[in-house]
Design a protein. Sequence first.
Length: 353
Amino acid sequence: MEKTFSADSANVKLTQYSHGAGCGCKISPKVLNSILAQCKTEFPDPLLLVGNSTLDDAAVYDIGNNQVIISTTDFFMPIVDDPYDFGGIAAVNAISDIFAMGGRPLMAVAILCWPVNTLSAEIAGQVIEGAKQACARAGIAIAGGHSIDGPEPIFGLAVTGIAEKDQIRLNCTATLGCELFLTKPLGIGILSTAQKKGILKEQDRQTARNLMLTINQMGQELGKLAEVKAMTDVTGFGLLGHLIEMCEGSGLSAEIVPERVPVLANIEFYLENKAFPGGTFRNFDSYGHKVVAMTDNQKHLLCDPQTSGGLLVAVTPEGKSRFLEIAATYGLAIESFGVLKQKGAYVVDFGPQ
C-alpha cells in the first residue's frame, strides 16, 4: 500500500521525541537479571512448556493434540523517523519471536503509548497503518489493542502463534558440534545512532529500513528441520548476548570467527565516526567478562543492539546442506561463523580466521 502523509506527518522526525531507539531501549541483561531475581512467586502449570526459566523468545502452552500456543510481546521507542516505517518495524520485530520459536503467527494486538499533546493523532494513525501492513505481509491481522497517553512515543504488538509441539525450537537445546548461522547482518544499532547524529547516508538508511522490515518467516520452516537444534532472534542484547544465552542454556561454549559474522556494508565509516549506541556498552558491561578479549571494533559490532534482527541458528553438521537450501529459497547466501564446543574458560572464544 502506498503511504500518504499530510505535511505534518511527512515532516515529523519521531526519533527526536524519544531518549532511546528500537531494541536499544532494552534494559541491560545485568539489570534485567537483577529485576527478575526479585520475583519469587511461580504458578506451577504443567501445560506451560516454556516460561521465564529458559530466557526464550516467547511463552509456549500445550493445548493438546500435539498443538501448542505461542505468546509474545515486544514494544519500543522509534528507531526511524518515518511513522509508517516505525509501525512496520515494530510489528515485524514482535512477530519475529513467533518465527524464532518455529511457529506460525495467528493474530496480534497493538500496544501504543502516545504523547497526545506533542504528536498528532494522524501521526499515530500512520504508525498503526504501517503495523497493519506488516502484519498483512505475515498473514495476520491486528485484532485490537490498548493505548495510553505518555511522554514518549512507544509502539509494539502482543502476538499469538501456533505450532506442532515437536516443531518448537528453544534457545537452550543446542548440541555439541552445531554450526552457527546468522540470517541478517549486524550494525542496525550503529546506523540508528548515526541517524540521531545526522551522519547517516541515504543509501544506508534505506538498507537499514529494508532489513528491519524483512520478516524472519524462514523460522517457521526451520522448525520442521530436526537438525536445527536451537534458534533465537538477535535483538537488543546483541549477537554475543543472545549467543551467550544459547550457550549457557545448552551447557556449551562457542568458538566463533568474528570476520565471518555478517555486517552491514559501509559500517566502517560509522565506526570511525563513533556512532555507538549506549546499549552496546550496557551489553558489554553485562557479559563482556564471559567473552575472550575483543578489539574495540569487535565489541562495537558483536555487542551492537539489533532491532528486528536476524535468526541465530544452531544446526548439526548433517543438517547444514538442507539448512542452506532453505536459506537460499529466501535469497540468503550465508556461511557458518562458528561452532559449539565443550564448555570452556570463556562462554564465547575466537577461533582462527
